[in-house]
Ligand binder design. Structure first.
Ligand code: PMP
Length: 400
C-alpha cells in the first residue's frame, strides 16, 4: 500500500533550486540550474519568440492533436538545422525524425528504441555527464557504463582514457556524446580528437548517440556547434541525435525537441520512424504543439531566423563576458599562483570549478551560492556585478 512508500531523495539539480528558494539571505546566488538569466539575473524570453507567438495568435491557429511524430514543419527544420539543409542524408530521406518532449523526452524515446531492438546493448556515458542520463537509461532498462572523460589533474579532457574505454567496450555499444558544450565540464574534444573518436567508434561497430542540448548557444553559431554531429554524419554511419530547444530558444517549459535516427537507407529510416511512433504512442500519445510552431515559424522565416541568431549570439556573448570576468577576479585574488585559465578554455553555459563536495557545501552554507555538488556552476545564472562576490566565495572555499 502507499503507506510503505519511502521518501525519494531530492533531485541533485532541481533540488538545488528548492534550497535556493528557502534561503532568505539577500546575497544568495543560484548557479545550480542551467537556465539563462539577464545581467539583472531575471529569466529571459527571446524577443523573436514573442514575435513568433504574436504571429501565431494573430493567425488564430487551433489546438488540434498533432500526429504522433509531431509537427511536420518542425521535424523538417529541426533536421535541417542539425545536419545542414544541403546535407545529402536529408535529400536521400535517410533520417527518421520524431518530435519529442524536449531533450529529455527525445533521449527517452531513443532509450526505448535501444531497449526494444538492441537487447543487452550497453550505452557508454561520459564520466561525468548530465545527471539525468543515467536516470533515463535506468528507467528504460538499458544497461550503461561510463567512459573516462574528465581529467582532474588538468581540469581538461582525458582523451587517452576516453578512447581506451570506447575501444574496450563490447562491439556494437552505443556511445553517448555531447554534441557541444559538454555538461557539466564545459570541455569539448577538438575537431582532430572528434575524428579519432569517430575512427574508434567505427572500428568497434559502435553506434554514436549524440545529445545536442546547446546548438548555437555554446559558440553563438548554429553551424559551428553542429560540427561534431556533421563530422559523424559525413562518414555515412548510423547515428542517433537527440535535440533540445530549451536553451538556444529559451523554450525550457515548452518541452520541444526531437530524436533523429540516421539510417543507411530511406527504407530503414521509414521503418525506424514507424517504430519510434509506436514507442511514443503509449508514452505521451502525441507531442505538444506550441513550441513546435514557434521553432518552425522562426526557422522558416528568414527575418525571424536572423533575429534569433542575433539574440543567441547576445546570450552566448554575455556568458563569455561573465566567464572572462570571473577568471580575471579569481586570478587577481589568488595569491597562491594557481592557474585558473581552465575556466577560459571551457565553453557553454557551465564551468567546472574543480571544487569538491565539501567545498561546494561551504559555497552554499557560508556564501549562499548554490551549485551542483560536483563543482559545476552555471555561468548563465551569474552577472558581471556578482563576479567579485563569487570569486571571494570560491577563494574562501578553495583555500580554507
Ligand atoms: N542533455 C543535456 C546535456 C542537458 O544539459 C540538458 C538540459 N540541462 C538536456 C539534455 C535536456 O534538457 P531538456 O529536457 O530541457 O531539453
Amino acid at each position: 500500500r502507499f503507506e510503505a512508500i519511502t521518501m525519494a531523495p531530492p533531485d541533485p539539480i532541481l533540488g538545488i533550486s528548492e534550497a535556493f528558494k528557502a534561503d532568505t539571505d539577500a546575497k544568495k546566488l543560484n548557479l545550480g540550474v542551467g537556465a539563462y538569466r539577464t545581467e539583472e539575473l531575471q529569466p529571459y524570453v527571446l524577443n523573436v519568440v514573442k514575435k513568433a507567438e504574436k504571429l501565431m495568435l494573430d493567425k488564430g491557429e487551433n489546438k488540434e492533436y498533432l500526429p504522433i511524430e509531431g509537427l511536420a514543419a518542425f521535424n523538417k527544420v529541426t533536421a535541417d538545422l542539425l545536419f545542414g539543409s544541403e546535407n545529402p542524408l536529408i535529400k536521400q530521406q535517410k533520417i527518421a525524425t520524431v518530435q519529442g518532449l524536449s531533450g529529455t523526452g527525445s533521449l527517452r524515446l531513443a532509450a526505448a528504441l535501444i531497449e526494444r531492438y538492441f537487447p543487452g546493448a550497453k550505452v557508454l556515458i561520459s564520466s561525468p555527464s548530465w545527471g539525468n542520463h543515467k536516470n533515463i537509461f535506468n528507467d528504460a532498462r538499458v544497461p550503461w557504463s561510463e567512459y573516462r572523460y574528465y581529467d582532474p589533474k588538468t581540469v581538461g579532457l582525458d582523451f587517452e582514457g576516453m578512447v581506451a574505454d570506447i575501444k574496450e567496450a563490447p562491439e556494437g555499444s552505443f556511445v553517448l556524446l555531447h554534441g557541444c558544450a559538454h555538461n557539466p565540464t564545459g570541455i569539448d574534444p577538438t575537431p582532430d580528437q572528434w575524428e579519432k573518436i569517430a575512427d574508434v567508434i567505427q572500428e568497434k561497430n559502435h553506434i554514436p548517440f549524440f545529445d545536442v542540448a546547446y546548438q548555437g548557444f555554446a559558440s553563438g553559431s548554429l553551424d559551428a556547434d553542429a560540427a561534431s554531429v556533421r563530422l559523424f554524419a559525413a562518414r555515412g554511419t548510423e547515428l542517433l541525435v537527440a535535440q533540445s530547444y530549451s536553451k538556444n530558444l529559451g523554450l525550457y517549459a515548452e518541452r520541444i525537441g526531437a530524436i533523429n535516427v540516421v539510417c543507411t537507407s530511406a527504407d530503414a529510416a521509414a521503418r525506424v520512424k514507424s517504430q519510434l511512433k509506436r514507442i511514443a504512442r503509449p508514452m505521451h500519445s502525441n507531442p505538444p504543439i506550441h513550441g513546435a510552431r514557434i521553432v518552425a515559424n522562426i526557422v522558416g522565416d528568414p527575418t525571424l531566423f536572423n533575429e534569433w541568431k542575433v539574440e543567441m549570439e547576445m546570450m552566448a556573448g554575455r556568458i563569455k563576458n561573465v566567464r572572462q570576468k570571473l577568471f580575471d577576479s579569481l586570478s587577481a585574488k589568488d595569491k597562491s599562483g594557481k592557474d585558473w585559465s581552465f575556466i577560459l578554455k571551457q565553453i557553454g553555459m557551465f564551468s567546472f570549478t574543480g571544487l569538491s563536495r565539501a567545498q561546494s557545501d561551504n559555497m552554499s552554507n557560508k556564501w549562499h551560492v548554490y551549485m551542483t555538488k560536483d563543482g559545476r556552476i552555471s555561468l548563465a545564472g551569474l552577472s558581471l556585478a556578482k563576479c567579485e562576490y563569487l570569486a571571494d566565495a570560491i577563494m574562501d572555499s578553495y583555500h580554507n
